[in-house]
Every structure is written in C-alpha cells, then in structure tokens.
Design a protein around this ligand. Structure first.
Ligand SMILES: *Cc1c(COP(=O)(O)O)cnc(C)c1O
Length: 412
C-alpha cells in the first residue's frame, strides 16, 4: 500500500493539532498504570496464579486473586472476574438478576440501556426480568446530561436499582464523564442511600483516573474483551462493587449455595492478569487513535463526536457521513486495514437483537473484541459510523490512511 502525499499531509496536520490532547492522555495512562502496578504488588501476584485448574475449582487462587486485584484497581469491596461470563451482556444480566426481586423497579436514567439488554429487561415470555415481575422505567438524558430533578421525582418505594449507561451505545451523544456520574450519584445517595446504583462501565475503564465505584456508584459491570482485557484476555466479564451486592450476584453467577467458591479454568489465568496490566496503555492507544480519526474527519468537513481535541468519555468515535456508501466504505476500509481477515468484505446484515441492519468491521485476534480496532454501524439515517479500539496507535493511524484514500478516491 502506497499512501499519497495528500493523505500523509492530512495525517501529519491532524497529529500536530493533537499534541496537547495526547499529553493529557499519557498522563492519565501513567496514573492508571501505577494504580494497576501497585495492586499487583499488594496482592503478591506470582506465577502460581496463572495455573490451569479443573473440576470444581475450590481454592483456585488464580481466580480468587484476580477478583481481589480488580476490586482494588476499581475501588470496590469485592469483584467477580470470570472467563465463565461470556460477554458484557451476560455480566450485566447476572448483576440485574442478582439484585432485583419481584415487585422491584429498575430505573434507567440515561435513556435506553444498550440494545442487547432490551430483551433482558422487558422481553415477553423469554425469562426476562419483566416475566419475573420486575418493573421498569426510564428517563431520557436532557441535552446529554442526567436529568437529576426528574430522577429524584421518579424514585418511588419500589425503586431498587438505578441504571447508568456510561458509554454512548448507538446514540449521537457523548459518553458521561466521571464528574457527571459523581454528581448524579451524590444527589441520589443523599436521600436514597438504599437504592443500588449500577453503572454499565463498558468502554469506560481507564479513560479517566477514577472509575464510577470510586465516586460512590455501588456496582460497575463490563466486558473483558473491551478495555480491561487489554486486548489480551480471550473472553470474560467482571462485576465490581459493594460486598452485599456482589454476594447476591455471586449466587446468580453459579448457585446460591456455592457462590464464587467454585469455578475452574483449564486454560489458565495468565492472559487476564497480563491483560489488566496492559489495559491502561492499550486504552490510551485507542483513545489517541480515536482522537486522530476525529481530527482528520473533522478537517475533511465531517461532524464527529467528541469534537477534535475534546476529552473522551469512552473509546468510541462517532463520525456522521453524508451517504450510506461513505459509511459502508469506511467500515470496509477498517476491515481491509486489519491484521486478521483483511480479505473479508463486510456487508450489512440482520443481526439478532438490533432493530436495523448493522455493518461490522472487526479484523481482530480475539473474535469480536472491540478493544481491537473495529467499526460498526446500524444502516439508518443519519449515517453514523462508530469506530473504537486499536491495540497500537500506529495501527489506527495506518487504518485512517486506508479510510482517507478510499473516501478521496470517490470524491469529485
Ligand atoms: C459492548 C457493550 C455492552 C454489551 O457487551 P457485549 O460484550 O457485546 O455483550 C453493553 N453495554 C455497552 C455500553 C457496550 O458497549
């Protein structure tokens, strides 16, 4: 691949504008790297924790120490970290079923939860929370912020769990900042300390110096094939927060009689330890890549979110294209620029759990891992591509050049 001078100039100019923004990203990454390193040292992590285990997995120190490590890093009392959790959706589902009981109400205060949770919460006859008599209501964001007055007025005697989605999902909005979350949590806790505040933390880990659990949220939940897996973890999810909630959720992860006393992993735990160790750096690579792509497309006249140079709240970059063709071309260029399956041409398809057709580019080592460079988008107006991840900044930069060449080759 030979990139034209024009393409290379676009990249160089964009990079120049981002010097200060990149310095801030590096500063956060160093802070978080130290936080993670100290947790490893405190927990005396050693080779013995990487061992393969089998059977019930009683006294599996690899599993137990991994849970303690995450709890310390994320500032929770306890954590559940497990390769037996298949995805972020599974982790969120376990947490919801662990805490909510018939007659309780779940109140989502950042609009619709992520698409794949809809069937979990209000599905009909599929074993959803609704089938078990759990009520649900939701409050839209107001100008991208939590409408705290409306939240306080909507809380009633049955409200048991308040749900916050930190990342944007498939919406044209920015992710919430930790400050936004801290303010909402404080306002709710002042009058309702008994309500569980749960944050869907997917794509948010290590973006800032603090996690939601470090500003008062009760529970955070996420996927190990996103940020905290560092691009190394092969599968899994985590749930972290207050002990009395984590214990209830542990009953759901396995069984009320055995909780987190069991669970083996014949593949061994090294990749989870190495993944969380690398995560602050990997997230910084993805964020810088995201900032570069945002700057480049903004310079080319497209709307992007967040704005170029603006602080990111998650690793996602939204780009609004003029046509469906541009959107599809963008995703295809990302795929072509991937180390894995670069020969595959992505097409829009009817994905289960999504309303519109979706196109997905993910040429990843870990199948579908979106901490690796990936892009996806529902095919609907306005034509917004959501790009995220990138194990190295250099790779995202190169992929960005593929995208520009494809775009400019079709102009005029
Ligand atoms: C990815 C994601 C999920 C679901 O995770 P899966 O691993 O895809 O099941 C939930 N919420 C948000 C915000 C996500 O980004």
């Amino acid at each position: 691949m030979n990139f034209s001078d024009n393409t290379q100039n676009i990249i160089t100019n964009a990079q120049r504008k981002l010097v200060e923004a990149f310095e801030k990203v590096d500063e956060i990454a160093t802070f978080n790297q130290l936080k993670v390193l100290e947790a490893f040292q405190f927990n005396n992590v050693g080779q013995r924790h990487f061992a393969q285990t089998n059977g019930y997995g009683y006294d599996d120190i690899g599993r137990d120490t991994l849970c303690n490590l995450f709890a310390q890093i994320f500032g929770g009392e306890k954590a559940i970290v497990s390769p037996l959790i298949v995805s972020g959706t599974h982790a969120l589902t376990l947490a919801l079923y662990g805490i909510l009981r018939p007659g309780n109400e779940m109140l989502a205060i950042t609009g619709s939860p992520y698409d794949t949770l809809k069937e979990v919460i209000v599905g009909e006859g599929n074993g959803s929370l609704k089938d078990f008599g759990v009520k649900y209501s939701q409050i839209q964001l107001n100008d991208g912020k939590i409408d705290i007055n409306k939240v306080l007025n909507s809380i009633n005697k049955d409200t048991k769990l308040i749900f916050i989605g930190r990342s944007r999902g498939y919406e044209w909005r920015n992710a919430l900042s930790i400050k936004d979350i801290a303010e909402a949590v404080k306002a709710i806790k002042q009058s309702h300390n008994d309500i569980c505040i749960m944050v869907d933390n997917c794509y948010g880990e290590f973006i800032e110096k603090l996690e939601p659990t470090q500003v008062g949220a009760d529970i955070i939940v996420g996927s190990l094939i996103k940020n905290p897996g560092g691009g190394i973890a092969p599968t899994g999810g985590y749930i972290c927060g207050k002990s009395h909630y984590i214990d209830k959720i542990a009953s759901r992860v396995t069984s009320p009689s055995i909780g987190m006393e069991v669970g083996s992993y014949a593949y061994g735990y090294k990749d989870f330890y190495q993944g969380i160790f690398l995560a602050p750096h990997t997230v910084a690579q993805a964020i810088k890549g995201s900032m570069l792509v945002g700057q480049v497309y903004s310079d080319l006249g497209f709307e992007t979110m967040p704005l170029p140079g603006e602080k990111c709240g998650d690793i996602i970059r939204s780009i609004k294209f003029d046509t469906q063709e541009q959107l599809i071309d963008f995703c295809r260029a990302i795929q072509e620029a991937s180390p894995i399956d670069s020969n595959v041409v992505p097409f829009p398809w009817d994905m289960p759990g999504y309303e519109h057709q979706v196109i997905m580019a993910a040429g990843t080592f870990v199948a579908g891992a979106s901490i690796e460079l990936s892009a996806d988008s529902p095919i609907k107006e306005p034509y917004i591509a959501y790009m995220q991840g990138g194990l190295t900044y250099e790779h995202v930069k190169i992929a960005c050049m593929y995208c520009i060449e494809k775009l400019l080759s079709k102009k005029d």
